[in-house]
Ligand binder design. Structure first.
Ligand code: GLU
Length: 445
């Protein structure tokens, strides 16, 4: 089967990590199966959709490493939806209704008060042509409802297994508003048919929509794709993520120094039976996508977990992967500097903290000037390499009798002005003999 999947955000805000989960599950599945990944902008709501957000979505997908193969915009496809609506009307599946929001609200309250489910009573189906003409003469405009078959719709969900929804318990959904604009439900099905979407992978907030949409697929004579509804990501306190509230936006995470592979690994692996771990290679992450391994419970996003993943990824990054970024931050060090500091970083940008320790100026911290003077006298001649630290500290140990922390801490404080930091064996050759000697003498160097 040819796999064609789509990620269908409405461009009304920036993508958050929960949206990234949906995008990645689709894109990586397509990549693994040699399929096509479509980005479909659900921008039928012209008032709320913004070009700026559409551009940002594409930028975010590229940053994550999953650029779409094909991009379509619903706002350019209105004639297809109008045609489908006409076909549904002709088949008696789309009917005009004239109730106002207040009237519907009143009816719902009355039903609830009587202990009845608040389902639309289909009063509009009983309207005669004369009734409709009279309502329109009063200035009312119709909205259009899809007449559901009152039966149970069943499908084998790729994530949730055998699934069914009893459509008799649902209101006939409004597909077209009074002002002629489309709700998401119909255009989505029309596009899924027209683009030959083979699998719809989306959040479980769409399970009920799926039953309705399967009926629309059937009414339009299209084959239903396979469906998979993944669990949703929530904040650590269990709140749903929202584009509108700007929760955990991908751009915020990017600006905060997160590596795309850390974000992608967490977004894909959290809430599944796979261990959450950093996977730097997208092909490998794609091989780990297994819809049947996604759990039913919501997956909690924890920034501590993302920081830890990011750190593990950064610790393994080759110099080539960061060279340009370090240069862009004004960090002059070469590969040796990167290798000396990388395991101390949570973010690549933190490298900026350690460059001044090499380049200076460092204000040395010296508590025992005699000890520092002996250490300075023991500095071997250059050239220095990774073995210099051991040779030097052995000599200082022999000369002062200090060992362990009492030996290493004063050397670190004098050389770096700090009591923590990367292994000095890597930093010492970069600091060099001249600066090391001056710092041991207490000079700012
Ligand atoms: N625009 C819809 C959403 O963002 C798309 C859902 C779907 O994938 O069908 O929720």
């Amino acid at each position: 089967m040819t796999v064609i999947v789509r990620f269908a955000p409405s461009p009304t805000g920036y993508l958050h990590i929960g949206n990234a989960r949906t995008a990645l599950l689709n894109a990586l599945f397509a990549r693994r199966e040699g399929g096509t990944f479509v980005l479909r902008y659900d921008d039928t709501d012209l008032a709320r959709s913004k070009r700026e957000y559409a551009d940002a979505i594409l930028e975010d997908l590229r940053w994550l490493g999953v650029p779409p193969d094909v991009t379509v915009r619903q706002s350019e496809r209105f004639p297809l939806y109008a045609d489908a609506a006409e076909r549904l009307k002709a088949a008696g599946r789309l009917y005009a209704a004239y109730e106002t929001a207040e009237e519907l609200d009143y009816r719902r309250k009355r039903q609830l008060a009587r202990g009845l489910p608040p389902v639309y009573d289909r009063a509009a189906l009983a309207l005669t042509d004369e009734d409709r003409a009279r309502l329109e003469a009063e200035g009312r405009r119709p909205h259009w409802r899809f007449r559901l078959d009152h039966r149970t719709v069943a499908w084998t969900d790729l994530v949730r297994g055998e699934s069914h929804v009893d459509c008799a318990s649902l209101s006939d959904p409004v597909l077209i508003r009074e002002d002629g604009t489309y709700l998401y439900t119909l255009p989505s099905v029309v596009d899924d048919i027209e683009l030959r979407i083979s699998h719809v992978i989306r959040g479980e907030d769409h399970v009920t929509n799926t039953a309705v949409q399967i009926q629309i697929f059937e009414a339009l004579g299209g084959a239903s794709p396979a469906f998979g509804h993944h669990n949703l990501l929530t904040t650590a306190s269990g709140e749903g993520l929202s584009k509108r509230l700007g929760h955990l936006s991908l751009r915020g995470l990017r600006e905060g120094g997160m590596e795309p592979a850390a974000v992608a690994s967490l977004a894909v692996l959290v809430g599944s039976s796979e261990a959450v771990r950093p996977v730097a290679d997208m092909g490998e992450l794609a091989r780990l996508v297994d819809f049947s391994h996604i759990s039913r419970a919501p997956a909690k996003f924890d920034d501590g977990e993302l920081d830890a993943l990011n750190a593990r990824l950064v610790h393994g990054l080759d110099y080539d992967a960061v060279r340009d970024r370090l240069a862009g931050m004004g960090i002059g060090g070469d590969e040796a500097f990167w290798l000396a500091i990388r395991t101390n970083l949570t973010r690549v940008a933190d490298a900026a903290t350690w460059w001044p320790v090499v380049e200076g100026p460092v204000s040395p911290v010296i508590e025992d000037a005699g000890f520092a003077a002996t250490a300075a006298a023991c500095l071997p001649p250059e050239p220095w390499d990774a073995a210099t630290w051991k040779a030097w500290t052995d000599a200082v140990k022999a000369g002062t009798g200090a060992k362990g922390r009492a030996l290493f801490m004063p050397l670190r404080q004098a050389l770096t002005g700090l009591d923590h930091g990367p292994e000095l064996a890597g930093l010492l050759p970069l600091i060099g003999r001249d600066r090391a000697e001056r710092r041991l003498r207490g000079e700012v160097a």
